[in-house]
Design a protein around this ligand. Sequence first.
Ligand SMILES: CC(C)(COP(=O)(O)OP(=O)(O)OC[C@H]1O[C@@H](n2cnc3c(N)ncnc32)[C@H](O)[C@@H]1OP(=O)(O)O)[C@@H](O)C(=O)NCCC(=O)NCCS
Length: 339
Amino acid sequence: MTDSPFAFGLGVGTHNQSGEWLEVFFPKPVLAPTAALADTVAALQSDTALSHDHLESLHQSLIAAGATEQAQVAAQFLDSQAPVVAVLLCQDSAPASVPEAYLKLHLLSHRLVKPHGTSLEGLFGILPNVAWTSEGAVDIAELGARQLAARLRGEVLEVSCVDKFPKMTNYVVPTGVRIAHTARVRLGAYLGEGTTIMHEGFVNFNAGSDGPGMIEGRISAGVMVGSGSDLGGSSSTMGTLSGGGNIIISLGRECLLGANAGTGIPLGDRCTIEAGLFVTAGTKVMLLDVEGMPSQSVKARELAGKSDLLFRRNSATGAVECLTNRSAIELNTDLHAHN
Ligand SMILES: CC(C)(COP(=O)(O)OP(=O)(O)OC[C@H]1O[C@@H](n2cnc3c(N)ncnc32)[C@H](O)[C@@H]1OP(=O)(O)O)[C@@H](O)C(=O)NCCC(=O)NCCS
């Protein structure tokens, strides 16, 4: 008997010509599958495509185990031309294969786990760089031949991007969201109900918004934005993937990151950063009337996670100032009521 497995998914994906996985689509990933389901699939290899016979017997076993939804997925896969895989993650350990990595990215985008809620250690080393084309995922080494083949048919192979991550909406469209430009949200993003991403908005994997929220800025990997918050046009949140930063950024509820503003510290609830101001961890901030704090100059990192702050750059002196935020934002309810 398998003890409390972490997750399970039956997926269909793409191999390159050498039979290596490029990507996998899991229509119905499961968090914390039942022990009966886990026992049924325990013997299967999580990186090997299932033969038709294997799939047929898996289908029967899933029915016998009472795993109706997964049995339905298996039934739909029986006639698949594309390779099918069953992935059981007994624990939440670092992903060890492309199917395991894709299952974890699906868990995030299906809102089954929150950013930082699953180990993604070593993800970049596992995921291949892929050409995402109008014919699906193509191995970069095979792209030239596929482009030529399309031309010889009188067609153009459209390459939308070359990246390790596909766009989320080709795999998952969570309920109650609007995404103006789908290429700006990577698989592995977490978009809570009521999240609107405008054209300038961007959401990386292992990052997202609790929703409702208005996202016209960039949510970097690892960053989570609380409900009722607004990221103004072209604002940015510092990630930790490159550039040496190691503070994990988050925004609390009802925060406003003004247009072209940015934050390198986590913000508490109801914080505002003035349009155009980028607050980094080492920015010297003059406290003007912050409740419970004397008027003095502090480094912004000392204000990390504190609520009800308004940051602005004094337009006369250039000094960055912090005041108690007396007029936290409210989202435009009309915009968010109709997702
Ligand atoms: C920082 C911000 C929130 C302040 O807005 P506010 O709270 O409405 O403040 P006001 O503009 O009414 O200004 C209040 C006072 O502070 C002063 N003030 C405002 N910004 C200042 C600055 N940068 N330096 C010096 N004084 C400033 C005002 O002159 C005013 O002074 P007064 O009381 O003597 O008249 C606003 O300027 C801002 O940047 N909003 C972001 C909007 C945005 O980008 N949204 C996203 C759209 S995509």
